[in-house]
Design a protein around this ligand. Structure first.
Ligand SMILES: [Zn+2]
Length: 373
């Protein structure tokens, strides 16, 4: 009886060890640790029939211990990270790691520290990581430069703070995604989900920031709540992404674009209103066109894999669509600080212009009502 149960358990361990040794990623090791391995190691100890079989106890116990020790050793070895490999071609990495039309410059494996230090070597994520990092640094400089000259209430300061908070929360997660994605499918998926989710958080923060001086506090809060609800739905979809799952680029762009409407709408309305009421094109309408133009161009190159699809091998290490998308989008985002500063300085004129327009509209209504009577 003891012999039979031991054989069955040994087979279970054998299977677990096989799945471990054949797996090439820490994802498989993690999954095996969580499911098969733990069950297998705890099962023999919980069986009372084994404890009561005194004649075989010492043999079973020593075999048991040895198998457990071997199993733990193999689990430890398989979960140990491989050294970071650089300069790989698309054929040398797994399909989930490849990007369309990029053939060279891939990395594979490594510890978190090695992946982090790869920021200082050239591969096909170096430019992505640096553009994000530099954008965050530029955001910090612009934020502190802008707010250092402000003398305003906390509530008028809130749009500046939220614009900066959105960027500062998202930046490190984007850098983390680009640097750690080579580590394993599970790690890549975890950071991808963080990166995408915090783009939606950033868009919600930007909605509040860029609506406040145009819509006023209460309408801004309502509008931001709507955008936050759309972002929450998007984050729920992102949370369902699985390791090795290819991104549906158009769906992702649609989800991000929908939350971008949160600040495109106040930006554009402010630009058009400034043109109609104050006969001004710059900066209101001009900045709106710059932001819309940057996002449209960034989204287009990202979705169409331009330029690398037309120049195979030329842009493998830099200048490909994801790099360009970063540059366009981050440039547009950093326009927010001088733009908000300008809107703050113009709040008196904006109030006068909008109240004048409202008075004119109500006078027009009254005049047409009187003519009708
Ligand atoms: Zn990116």
């Amino acid at each position: 009886m003891v012999t039979v149960s031991l054989t069955a358990d040994s087979r279970a361990w054998g299977d677990a060890t096989l799945s471990c040794s054949t797996s090439t990623s820490s994802e498989s090791a993690e999954q095996a640790n969580r499911s098969g391995w733990k069950k297998s190691t705890s099962a023999p100890r919980s069986r009372p029939s084994q404890r009561s079989a005194l004649s075989h106890e010492s043999t079973v116990s020593s075999s048991d211990t040895e198998v457990v020790r071997n199993h733990k050793k193999s689990a430890r070895l398989s979960s140990e990270p491989h050294a970071l490999q650089l300069g790989l071609t698309a054929e040398q990495v797994e399909p989930w790691q490849r990007f369309p039309y990029l053939n060279y410059g891939y990395r594979r494996g490594g510890t978190y520290l090695q992946c982090l230090l790869s920021l200082f070597s050239l591969h096909n994520e170096t430019v992505n990581a640096w553009t994000t990092l530099l954008s965050v640094v530029m955001g910090v400089v612009l934020f502190f430069d802008t707010v250092s000259s402000l003398r305003c209430s906390w509530i008028d300061f809130s749009p500046f703070l939220l614009a900066w908070a959105g960027q500062t929360l998202h930046g490190p997660l984007s850098v983390g995604y680009h640097l750690f994605m080579c580590k394993s499918p599970v790690v890549a998926n975890r950071w991808r989900k963080l990166d995408l989710s915090f783009i939606l958080v950033l868009n919600t923060c930007a909605t509040y920031a860029l609506s406040y001086f145009t819509f006023g506090l209460w309408f801004t809060l309502v509008w931001t709540s709507l955008v936050a609800s759309a972002a929450a739905l998007g984050i729920r979809n992102i949370a369902a992404l699985q390791p090795k799952q290819q991104l549906d680029r158009r769906r992702i762009l649609g989800m991000i674009g929908l939350t971008c409407l949160g600040y495109y709408i106040p930006l554009t309305l402010r630009g058009l209103a400034a043109l109609a009421l104050q006969r001004k094109v710059w900066p209101e309408l001009g900045i709106a066109l710059v932001v819309l133009g940057c996002h449209f161009t960034g989204g287009l190159v990202y979705a169409t894999h331009w330029p690398q699809r037309h120049f195979l091998g030329v842009f493998d290490l830099g200048g490909f669509s994801h790099n360009l998308m970063h540059i366009f989008c981050f440039t547009a985002y950093n326009c927010a600080y001088p733009y908000l500063s300008y809107l703050y300085s113009q709040r008196g004129e904006w109030e006068a212009a909008t109240s004048g327009a409202l008075a004119w509209a109500s006078w027009g209504d009254a005049a047409s009502g009187a003519a009708a009577r």
